[in-house]
Design a protein around this ligand. Sequence first.
Ligand code: PAF
Length: 287
Amino acid sequence: MIARVARIAELKEIVKAWRDQTQRIALVPTMGNLHRGHLALVERARRLASRTVVTLFVNPMQFVAGEDLDRYPRTFEQDRALLDAAGADVLFVPEVATLYPNGLDRHTEVRVPGLDTLLCGAFRPGHFTGVATVVTKLLNLVRPDLAVFGEKDYQQLLVIKRMVADLWFEAEIHAVETARAPNGLALSSRNAYLTEAERAIAWRLYAALCEARDTLTRAAPSFQSIERRGRARLEEAGFQADYFAVRRASDLMEPAPEDSDLRILAAAWLGKTRLIDNLAARKFVER
Ligand code: PAF
């Protein structure tokens, strides 16, 4: 049976005992409302480690003013049952006051400059600082051998990898491919906000990314024309696009003509719901 832990002292005691037995420890940070995508992270963690800590914490520091912090879906009992069935060992569910005992306003922040202000960072200022700060806390509390994150938040994944490298955290960072519905829609807790009519359209975000990827792979148009076409596809479908961008996969900078390892990323609103998705792409190279 999965152990539910809310106190830092108890969490530390458990992981210390594991470490003393030279168990390999994995960390899977989540904000709850778990779906198949989260369970794939746990499955990967269990394959790579002998003990798995899943954290469930809706982190207020990564929500920008006016965002959905209060209505973010909280489904604790369902999440606990899913994690129990998935074989996770500990579910760490701290209160906000436990992770931020002195409040949020004067809290130490971890910033990952360069990566944190582009794409989603430009539309959600401070978001990635909130993510980097809470992930730092969790890495320091658990001191895992590895931590697992999803590729759906590709920019978040790069922010965390950069932070871990810059601050010499010892945990390996593992990435798991995005889990999708049969129509391609990336699984996300925020899909719960979509109305039935919006659900019927939402997969077209993935379709626009696939079209852009296929164009890049088969022909050599300019990156700008692919971005324009992608944005137009989204607007035709009824989205309001924040961005549709072709970037270098390694650092999300604008690619030079010779860059071939690319990532296509998009964020768009469907009614009141902001969806994000991304795909790997390799550029067509003439032989
Ligand atoms: O991806 C998420 O669910 C969150 O951003 C994370 C990594 C758990 C930090 O709060």
